[in-house]
Design a protein around this ligand. Structure first.
Ligand SMILES: [Zn+2]
Length: 444
């Protein structure tokens, strides 16, 4: 390493709250953690509201969240699908800039314009490795650099998180004790098809109402759900059962993430490791329309909001409100480490600022289908193909079931400005036509 790796000791955290009324405000008044090792627990398809950080609901991840985390409230995904969303987390760039969008897209998809955090830290002396069960890693162009990727599909013998945790801990043991490492851990357990452990299945769900055979994971498909929901006159209990199975799946995921953290501790590596727990995106479990389920294709709060928490002995535990975008993740990690910034990243470290608004993009077949902007207290969407902007008041309509005219949305001016900037930026990159008549009606 070309620069120091000692832990600098930490200034205690005064958790500065950040609101859209006072941008740009310092967000997390925390010190750095020196050249520590890093473990990013990027839980694929993990809903923010199913984390014990933010909810007292019984269906959650209580083991993992029992530790003294610094919890950030206000993190949003960049996209509704794994590949573009994760590429943003790893590159510090929004989707239309890094251009890693879709497995089936022709043209430039997969040809990263930028540098991934793994390569960057590798060049600075960290041992780096990605462990994931997501099959789209390594399949979409050079997303991410395949040499440092280890893919473990779920073979049914053990949960994906369990397989990954075992492999990751074996790898950590192989790293020299004086060598900092970077581990990206992205288990797929929360993504359908779900396969709760036998002891968990039925804890909250009524197995008789689950519209698929839990022993045959191939049956757990969106098509089956749609069929089951349209074939009954009373779909509500089925929807509840599906949501409950998602929760039951999280129990084993929680145990395996805890196993990974305990394993780091047992190997003496937790004391000098920055652990980040977050998600690439969430999951829509009929929050909006009664038939809306899944994630890719929906720019919805249940998909866009993600958990974010930091754990390190030098970080004061607590909770901070700070609106932050997915492209801020890598710059924040590097800033905490005291490492040089990521080339071409446009994200901002949470140590320097909170955002007044965050934006997300949904692409399909090389077209921008929709964009959204969110603040801590309001949200609206602009659907490009229809040319109209639709607003939602999250405070009064958390399920986003009642669209509002944009000028009736809280923070409409801030949102419109954010969307305006995004659309202009996207058009500059891709020439995408996106009508902004509705935005123009909102003073901003
Ligand atoms: Zn995903």
């Amino acid at each position: 390493m070309s620069w120091g790796n000692s832990s600098l000791g930490l200034v205690a955290a005064a958790l500065g709250a950040c609101t859209e009324a006072k941008p740009p405000a310092p967000a997390l008044e925390v010190g750095q953690v020196g050249g520590a090792s890093v473990v990013v627990l990027n839980i694929d398809t993990f809903r923010k509201d199913r984390s014990s950080f933010y909810s007292d609901a019984p269906a959650s991840m209580p083991l993992t969240t029992r530790r003294p985390w610094l919890v950030v409230d206000g993190a949003w995904s960049a996209s509704s699908w794994t590949v573009p969303a994760t590429a943003t987390q790893l590159s510090g760039r929004p989707v239309h800039q890094h251009r890693v969008r879709d497995a089936d897209m022709p043209g430039d998809s997969g040809a990263l314009d930028g540098v991934f955090l793994t390569e960057h830290l590798g060049g600075l002396g960290w041992e780096t490795r990605i462990y994931t069960g997501n099959p789209f890693f390594g399949r979409v162009g050079d997303f991410p650099a395949s040499a440092e990727l280890t893919l473990f599909p779920d073979d049914g013998a053990e949960s994906n998180a369990g397989t990954l945790a075992s492999a990751a801990l074996t790898w950590v043991e192989s790293v020299d004790v004086d060598q900092p490492f970077f581990l990206w851990f992205q288990p797929m357990d929360a993504h359908d098809p779900w396969d709760p452990q036998p002891e968990d299945f039925g804890r909250w769900s009524d197995p008789a109402l689950v519209p698929f055979n839990i022993d045959d994971m191939s049956e757990v498909q969106q098509a089956d759900l749609g069929e089951a929901l349209t074939a009954t006159s009373d779909p509500a209990p089925i929807r509840e059962a599906v949501s409950a199975v998602y929760d039951e799946q999280l129990l084993e995921l929680d145990r395996m993430v805890e196993r990974l953290i305990l394993g780091l501790d047992a190997r003496g590596r937790l004391e000098d490791t920055l652990v980040v727990l977050t998600a690439d995106h969430g999951e829509l479990l009929f929050d909006g329309a009664d038939d809306e389920y899944g994630h890719a294709g929906f720019l919805h709060r249940a998909v866009g909001e993600v958990p974010l928490a930091l754990l390190h002995p030098d970080l004061e535990p607590g909770r901070a409100l700070c609106l932050t975008a997915a492209e801020d993740l890598a710059p924040t990690v590097l800033d905490l480490l005291g490492a040089p910034p990521l080339p071409q990243a446009v994200g901002q470290s949470l140590r320097s600022t909170c955002r007044s608004a965050v934006t997300a993009e949904h692409w399909a077949q090389e077209e921008l289908r929709s964009v959204s902007a969110s603040t801590a207290s309001g949200r609206m969407e602009l659907r490009c193909e229809g040319g109209s902007a639709v607003g939602f008041d999250l405070a009064n309509d958390p399920g986003e079931r009642e669209p509002l005219p944009v000028d009736q949305v809280p923070d409409a001016g801030t949102l419109a400005a954010a969307l305006d900037a995004l659309v202009v930026d996207v058009e500059a990159v891709d020439g995408t036509v996106c009508r902004r008549d509705d935005l123009d009606r909102v003073p901003h």
